[in-house]
Design a binder for this molecule. Structure first.
Ligand SMILES: Nc1nc2c(c(=O)[nH]1)N[C@H]1C(S)=C(S)[C@@H](COP(=O)(O)OP(=O)(O)OC[C@H]3O[C@@H](n4cnc5c(N)ncnc54)[C@H](O)[C@@H]3O)O[C@H]1N2
Ligand code: MOO
Ligand SMILES: [Mg+2]
Length: 431
């Protein structure tokens, strides 16, 4: 066997876990940048946020009603309402000027500061005033003080108000570095006045496809040729993982030219992906490239189906992922290796999400020498999660990828799996 064939066939098979471990030393947080809050959605925090003030920072009424002293209305009921004198009206955004004393109440709106002296707020519906019936027509009728209100319900001290720091204490750790900025995080950042946010820069990912059968997306079909779908599929995956995809021009068939093109791409890319050309075929150019790779080859065979020829290498501390050409294998290879790497670069602390379990919805008869990662579709029935293959799950099949919301992780060996068995699944962001 000549040297070249040795390279193609003499591959050391390692597990998915071992492959991830080999990648780890090269996955480093990317630079950070300040962006306006509205442009930070979907990015990851590059700063830690502690509460600069308590929330709420004033005792906040939870209802529209009357701020009272609970002790004054302890005997109140619908039959025996307790009469109080209204001393003030407190809309939201104002500061109460009067203390609520014995026998007194202040009319207050939801979200307004509860006045000193008061320790509960009675809902409007549990009260009655002389003007009830008029105020719908004239909302200013009750604005002043010196009116009476009758309270028809007793309350405990603290009812219907949130104390200072009832939600968040000053100094509390709110958002750790690496937190993904979604709706809830955006609300916290806005609450604490973070108009600009430090986030990790989006990694630029160059995507190359290989193979002289490939036509560009706008080209007419020709006999024996297909359109390049993997580059666009991978670009969508890169974007979903927070990166900036850059679809690169077609590579030539010559290993030295391919190596030069890849190395050049690293000048502006944080990471490079190739698809195709990693198996044992005559024209599998990446194999040849890795035979004379000027950087480090990390692995070139992983115990997994699909995508066993998935390879990875390093060029000057940056990662090159060489995914299989078969669309299913390319998709899965990205999810297992590239997505976690891109997310780690953006500060994600646990990018390899833990598997959940689901009941298998159909028999799955194929055993496998390697663990399988089957594209799956989940459904919930009576509160239980069921999963079935998204469609034909051969590595060469592209059309079922769109229906996958998870990868079903089937262990190696055995003669298949029966409907109703519990299987591990890894959720995807694919739909
Ligand atoms: N004799 C063997 N043959 C194969 C083996 C093996 O071990 N021995 N492994 C099989 C496995 S497993 C896989 S996976 C594939 C890997 O193939 P490559 O990574 O070398 O990819 P190509 O040969 O370039 O293409 C395979 C297939 O995918 C289509 N393809 C490639 N690029 C694209 C693209 N950008 N968009 C759409 N489709 C693409 C290509 O036309 C081929 O049909 O090898 C098996 N063979
Ligand atoms: O490694 Mo493959 O199983 O055809 O994708
Ligand atoms: Mg091939």
């Amino acid at each position: 066997m000549n040297k070249e064939r040795n390279l193609k066939f003499g591959r050391e098979t390692i597990s998915v876990q071992q492959a991830r471990e080999r990648l780890l030393p090269y996955i480093k947080p990317i630079q950070t940048e300040q962006v306006p809050l509205v442009l930070a959605f979907g990015r990851r925090m590059a700063q830690t946020i502690y509460a600069a003030h308590p929330v709420p920072h004033f005792r906040r009424s939870g209802v529209d009603g009357y701020a009272v002293r609970a002790v004054d209305i302890a005997a109140a009921s619908a039959i025996h309402p307790v009469e109080l004198e209204v001393v003030e009206h407190i809309p939201c955004g104002t500061i109460p000027l009067k203390r609520v004393g014995a026998g007194e109440a202040s009319r207050i709106m939801t979200g307004a500061p509860v006045p000193d002296g008061a320790d509960a707020v009675v809902m409007l519906e549990m009260t009655q005033t002389q003007e009830d019936g008029q105020h719908a027509a004239d909302p200013t009728v009750l604005r002043g003080s010196g009116k009476k209100v009758w309270i028809k319900k007793a309350l405990q001290s603290g009812n219907n108000l949130t104390p200072v720091a009832g939600e968040i204490s000053q100094g509390e750790l709110l958002l750790s570095e690496g937190t993904w900025i979604g709706a809830g995080v955006a609300a916290i950042l806005a609450t604490f006045g973070c108009g600009d946010v430090a986030v990790y820069r989006k990694p630029r990912v160059a995507i190359f496809s290989t193979g002289s059968e490939l036509l560009d997306v706008t080209m007419e079909l020709e006999p024996g040729r297909i359109r390049n779908s993997n580059s666009y599929m991978l670009a969508a995956q890169v974007e979903a993982a927070g990166g900036i995809p850059v679809i690169m021009p077609a590579l030539s068939d010559h290993a030295d030219q391919v190596q030069a093109a890849l190395i050049q791409a690293f000048e502006s890319a944080d990471c490079v992906i190739t698809t195709g050309g990693v198996s044992v075929g005559d024209y599998d150019v990446l194999v040849e490239v890795f035979g004379s790779w000027q950087g480090t080859l990390l692995f070139n065979k992983v115990a997994m189906r699909p995508g066993s020829p998935t390879s990875a290498a390093v060029w000057q501390d940056k990662l090159l992922f060489a995914l299989s050409g078969n669309p299913g294998a390319s998709f899965v290879g990205f999810e297992l290796f590239v997505r976690p790497a891109l997310e780690s670069m953006q500060g994600h602390q646990q990018p390899c999400c833990e598997a959940a379990t689901a009941f298998l919805d159909v028999d799955y008869d194929k055993g496998s020498a390697y663990p399988r990662y089957v594209r799956g579709t989940t459904r919930i029935e009576n509160g239980c999660l069921w999963v079935r293959p998204a469609g034909a799950d051969k590595s060469s099949i592209m059309v079922s990828i769109k229906d996958a919301d998870c990868l079903i992780q089937l262990p190696a060996g055995g003669s298949g799996f029966r409907r109703g068995e519990l299987v591990a699944i890894q959720m995807l962001v694919n739909r």
